[in-house]
Design a binder for this molecule. Sequence first.
Ligand code: FAD
Ligand code: UDP
Length: 370
Amino acid sequence: MFDYLIVGAGFAGSVLAERLATRSNKKVLILDKRSHIAGNAYDHYNEDGILVHKYGPHIFHTNSKDVFEYLSNFTDWRPYEHRVLASVDGQMVPMPINLDTINKLYGLSLNSFEVEQFLESLAEQVPVIKTSEDVVVSKVGRELYEKFFRNYTRKQWGMDPSELDKSVTSRVPTRTNRDDRYFTDTYQAMPLHGYTRMFERMLDHPNISIMLNTDYHDVIDFIPFKEIIFTGPVDEYFDFKFGKLPYRSLEFKHETLNTEKFLAAPVVNYPNEHLYTRITEFKALTGQQHPKTSVVYEYPKAEGDPYYPIPRLENAELYNKYKKLADETPNVHFVGRLATYKYYNMDQVVAQALTLYKKLTDKAEKVADK
Ligand code: FAD
Ligand code: UDP
């Protein structure tokens, strides 16, 4: 008899498996329909021996000391601050938009103060910021919005920024200084030997059994367990009872090139050209030395594996119906990006899983006290 059946071996499922097994001495079965652990953070050495991220670039960053220290139990780190260039008007310019982006794009030599005034002169008045269009035009005006955000977003999400919640483009700041880092979090680093190695160490415990290539539907009736932790799509768990929750998918085109370096930055974004949104060069993220280089192109798609919940009001309303049902379902706990329909980064999923672990242990203590 397992204390917990955990569906999904990504961050959400693996953090809970690790905590429950090592801290609460629970017997855990973690299963995944894929052939590997680590969920979307899975990385592996490709046939040329280059470490690549199968499901697109995963860059770790967090402001949470707790999350960083927790993961540090399972990996050493390589300090890494992410940088991105955008291909706009035939030039490669820093993204997020900063002082150098504006100067390069318009052939100017403004200082920080002047660029602030410049952007203020372009910004549109938006009384209430609701959508992803509002966020950008209220900061940098319509022309820069069109150059950097509108088409990228239409490609990535299959809809206009005006149809998406403000939280989507709010992920990307605007700067008037020369800081060209993509993130400004306190902790920014890559797991020294990759994500999969980190997950292997998390799950290496006698209380944890792992089943891969296994869809939970196929085994749930045969496995004895007390409680479920579910990290797959919440609408799927409830047989799409209220209708399908929309997720955005991607197709990843991996390529290895016979050259040592390919891109001018670790990631190059293409807002206005090509069917793909961005190209990533993995060696720039991992620091690996190799005479060849591997890159991935991301082509957004409506159908396919669910990668991104789509943040907009009508989807939040549909999700709330599932959430109510989830809250009323005894002994099943929903956690992670797909099961709580949240556009979460890895660190947020780890934090959410650690919070659920605390809730489960508090509940167990209350029962024991009675
Ligand atoms: P997942 O990793 O999706 O794990 C869920 C698992 O459940 C999957 O392995 C799936 O196979 C399994 N599953 C689903 N249904 C079933 C079933 N029926 N039976 C059995 N198993 C099932 N975050 C960052 O912090 N930095 C980044 O740079 C970053 N880049 C990203 C780039 C891309 C292209 C994508 C898609 C995401 C990125 N993220 C990034 C987000 C990050 O991937 C997620 O926050 C994190 O991996 C979510 O973990 P999870 O455990 O919730 O979900
Ligand atoms: N975005 C954009 N242009 C860019 C980069 C981002 O329009 O050059 C918008 C787009 O809508 C994207 C969102 O900002 O989906 C969030 O970007 P982020 O890089 O955080 O996306 P992720 O890495 O999660 O795919």
